[in-house]
Ligand binder design. Structure first.
Ligand SMILES: [Zn+2]
Length: 356
């Protein structure tokens, strides 16, 4: 007889929300059996706060065997360079210290090298903190979500994250709330296309988003910020469950990818995704007054003008969205001129009063 259809899941061993570089380094040492060799990957002088350099100095002071590699970029070439650096050092653990792009780069290179990865984010700007996927750009500039491995641990230094601009927190909030749209697209794909769906990944992704949707939400409040970090980490675990970014990336992410191509200066990922989340609700013809109200209260964008994007530019991104990731079925695969015009006229009329 077949046994029950259960599954096992890789989740990180360690989650520490700490304060200050010494506490971060102490947490690093906690995770690994000594003697371990660490390779810290950070952005060196490109970092405004020099956080990676400070972590490495403190690790040396604490007697850890830590080497460092300064990395940049987010494409295949940069991944190859980091893979070569890992091969030269042969570390037991790769420690990625930086923002979303740096984490994705270090995470991908560690996965290709089959070395455990620790995530030390310096911003709460996206769910890359703990996700098993990495966005890496191809030579022609197209973003691809590649399967990496979920980090073995996440260490969050609130001192460092709180020194980042408040927009980075808003971006993280937008990326997290967008799970609600991504899950709706997945359900639609399941109902209309027969795409397999993972109920527990949906449950986790929606619970993660729901954990921050509250009347007193304030992205500058420390308790709320910690809640947001936990939500972003839970979102990564939802992706690990489904084995893809599906529970956290639907049409709203495709529109954001198109904006990355169209805009000379793309805005923060999570802010673009937030703006596109509202558009995705309108395109699916679902009520979104509560989300609009929440976005207004927390300073997330509702209308293209909130991000200094013209309606024309944004509508171009909506039309191009589905071409950015062939194979990811979303509402963009079934909408046409009528829906696009409805969305455009909402923007042009200031969104039925409520949205102004
Ligand atoms: Zn995202």
């Amino acid at each position: 007889m077949r046994g029950p259809a259960l599954r096992s899941l890789r989740i990180p061993l360690l989650l520490r929300i700490v304060q200050g570089v010494p506490a971060t380094v102490a947490s690093l040492a906690e995770l690994t059996e000594r003697p371990a060799r660490y390779l810290a990957i950070h952005s060196g002088t490109a970092s405004a706060t020099g956080y990676g350099t400070r972590v490495v100095s403190e690790a040396h002071r604490a007697g850890l065997d830590m080497q460092e590699l300064v990395a940049a970029g987010n494409n295949d070439e940069s991944v190859h360079a980091v893979v070569a650096g890992i091969a030269a050092v042969r570390p037991d653990v790769v420690v990625g210290v930086g923002g979303g792009r740096l984490l994705d780069l270090a995470k991908m290179a560690a996965a290709e090298s089959a070395v455990d990865f620790l995530s030390v984010p310096t911003q709460a700007s996206s769910d890359s903190i703990c996700s098993p996927v990495a966005v890496i750009y191809s030579a022609d500039g197209r973003p691809r979500s590649l399967g990496a491995r979920i980090p073995a641990g996440v260490i969050v230094d609130m001192d460092e994250l709180r020194s980042a601009p408040v927009e980075t927190w808003r971006s993280g909030l937008g990326d997290l709330v967008s799970n609600l749209s991504a899950v709706r697209d997945w359900r639609l794909a399941h109902q209309t296309q027969g795409e397999p769906i993972d109920d527990f990944a949906c449950l986790t992704a929606e619970a993660a988003a729901g954990s921050v949707i509250q009347p007193e939400a304030d992205v500058t409040d420390r308790d709320f910020q910690e809640r947001l970090i936990r939500g972003l980490i839970l979102s990564g675990i939802a992706m690990e469950m489904s084995g893809s970014s599906r529970p956290a990336s639907g049409s709203e992410h495709l529109i954001s990818h198109a904006l990355d191509r169209i805009l000379d200066q793309p805005r923060h990922h999570g802010l673009q995704v937030a703006l596109a989340t509202i558009a995705a609700y309108v395109l699916r013809d679902e009520p979104c007054d509560d989300i609009v109200r929440f976005f207004r209260a927390t300073g997330l964008p509702v209308l293209p003008e909130d991000l200094d994007i013209s309606v024309d530019e944004f509508m171009t991104a909506v039309r191009q969205g589905r071409s950015t990731r062939p194979g990811r079925w979303t509402v963009l695969d079934i909408v046409g001129e009528a829906e696009f015009q409805r969305l455009r006229s909402l923007y042009e009329r200031g969104g039925l009063g409520l949205w102004v």
